[in-house]
Design a protein around this ligand. Structure first.
Ligand code: SF4
Length: 532
């Protein structure tokens, strides 16, 4: 892309989003269907970068509200503007939506005013998510006034719950589409063209979008996400995912392996296998819900593939392809899987294992399916099989009826495990969850804040301790980007998922390099490359 054109787009974005402080823009060029595709991304204020996670859904603040754009296609006639919120799975879904619509002759655009179809991919995790989306829809309505033929649609997790409100009561949208119905989007647009409102929020028993190779919109060209499951069967009482994304289905290993191989051939050096509960992955030869497995014959069951076996196949693609996964569930992570992890150097020594609470009664109330002792047992096994494996967690402060003693058990579990990193939250009730229906949200805001402050302070100390222990050691680092602070430095991650910054010298993004760590901060290791 020429620089002048890039600047034009930059000023255009600023005029669209004046309510934000400052914007970071960047773009990448990828090869898609043998054509060069330009991906232009804008992010929210970069100095405000942080991540949030609730119930396995990592929310990367830097990319919230990103517009999905591909380079113009000559034969593309109508233009679609796609704005996304939420976790990695939601952004991955926007890539699928873009792929479906571009195949149907649409062009993507980052300019709301020139869009024929405006889609917002929603997330239910945030407390104020509904207000945010409503505000965005109102601003889309203003654009529609100037262009009455514009079609506005809501996608994703909020679709089912808010379909009547947005479509009929408030008349903010023309289309409502749930996470399993994206293939129907071209058809739904046609229905609106014919003067009808269009809805499809049916949750599927089979849909995994296995055959759709998503365009990599948020990738650095080195690491990419591959979705391996959709939905969740766990029914944690605080979580909306089973209701918004449906029951658990696994994607065929063949399509996962093909996608991983293609990525490796394109120069990617790291894939993260993505699912709400990856340990629960189970392919039994056909598309369908995981719960269908129990009806199979013994012979059919022997042909199935579990997560450890899938991970092994991905690891075997090349020793130069790092493999990560997110997110694990303490009740499902098996010894067999841990042994497989230990066997391959290119399966990264890092497990994100949310524990949520250190008290067994609270865990039961959350319907997590394990006790404090079980969780501690899994940690002990990980440390036995892979002594250098880094472990991170999710922690919720102040879940319904949590007492001070029970909160202290969370702190004591943290002391016992000493996580390298954690996502920590105050409990906040989500509509339609079991907790919202059955339990009283009875820990005061003040109390939740105090407990969270204690958890955060303890975790900070543990993170710093973990990083200090790495000083003096040498790690293999996969270089991911030029450092944010200096273009004379590069940044990458160790197998343990810790960020390392070191002088650039002649090293390049996408290469592996051995780095000796000589200093650290709470979140980053600092060092210098050493020759092998
Ligand atoms: S219900 Fe599923 S997605 Fe939600 S927190 Fe539990 S395991 Fe995670």
């Amino acid at each position: 892309m020429r620089f002048g054109k890039f600047l034009n787009r930059l000023s255009l974005f600023n005029s669209l989003k004046t309510d934000k402080f400052f914007w970071l823009y960047f773009y990448v060029i990828l090869s898609y269907n043998h054509k060069k595709v330009l991906i232009l991304l804008w992010t929210m204020s970069s100095d405000n970068y942080w991540k949030m996670e609730t119930g396995n859904k990592v929310i990367d603040e830097a990319i919230q509200g990103s517009a999905t754009t591909l380079e113009l296609k000559e034969n593309g006639s109508r233009k679609v503007y796609i704005e996304s919120y939420g976790c990695a799975m939601n952004f991955s879904d926007s890539e699928i939506v873009a792929s479906i619509l571009v195949k149907e002759g649409f062009n993507t655009t980052n300019n709301l005013k020139e869009a024929d179809v405006v889609l917002v991919n929603t997330c239910s995790i945030r407390e104020k998510a509904e207000q945010t989306i409503r505000q965005r829809l109102r601003s889309f309505q203003k654009a529609k006034k100037a262009k009455p033929e514009m079609i506005i649609g809501v996608l994703g997790c909020m679709a089912e719950r808010l379909k009547h409100k947005f479509l009929e009561e408030e008349r903010l949208v023309d289309i409502v589409v749930g996470p399993d119905a994206y293939r129907d989007l071209p058809n739904l647009v046609k229905q609106v063209d014919e003067g009808k409102k269009a809805v499809n929020v049916i949750l599927s028993k089979e849909e995994t979008y296995a055959d759709i190779s998503p365009v990599r919109l948020l990738s650095n060209g080195v690491s990419a996400f591959i979705s391996i499951t959709r939905g969740c069967d766990n029914m944690c009482t605080f979580c909306v995912v089973p209701y918004t994304r449906g029951r658990e289905r696994s994607r065929s290993p063949e399509t996962i392996l093909n996608e991983a191989k293609e990525l490796f051939e394109q120069g990617y050096r790291e894939v993260t296998l993505l699912g709400q509960n990856v340990d629960s992955y189970l392919w039994y030869g056909k598309d369908g819900l995981k719960k269908g497995y129990k009806n199979l014959s013994n012979e059919e069951k022997t042909n199935s593939m579990n997560f450890g076996q899938l991970m092994e196949q991905v690891a075997l693609i090349s020793p130069k392809l790092r493999v990560r996964f997110s997110t694990s569930h303490p009740k499902d992570i098996t010894d067999e899987f841990l042994e497989t992890m230990a066997k391959y150097d290119n399966i990264c020594n890092y497990i994100h294992l949310p524990f949520q609470s250190g008290n067994t009664r609270v865990l039961e109330k959350m319907n997590r399916g394990y006790s404090r002792e079980w969780y501690q047992g899994r940690i002990d096994k990980i440390k036995e099989v892979m002594p250098d494996c880094a472990i991170s967690a999710d922690i919720i402060a102040g879940f319904c009826s949590e007492t001070e003693e029970e909160h202290k058990e969370t702190l004591s579990l943290m002391e016992s495990v000493k996580f390298g990193f954690a996502y920590m939250f105050k409990y906040s009730e989500r509509p339609n969850t079991q907790a919202a229906k059955k339990f009283e949200d009875d820990v005061s805001e003040e109390e939740k804040s105090r407990r969270l402050t204690e958890i955060v302070a303890l975790q900070r100390a543990h993170s710093f301790e973990a990083n200090k222990a790495y000083v003096g050691q040498t790690f293999e680092v996969l270089i991911e980007k030029v450092s944010k602070k200096s273009d004379q430095e590069l940044a990458g991650r160790t197998s343990q998922n810790t960020v390392v910054v070191f002088p650039k010298e002649d090293y390049k993004v996408g290469e592996y390099v051995m780095v000796k760590v000589d200093n650290c901060t709470g979140g980053t290791l600092l060092g210098k490359a050493v020759k092998n």
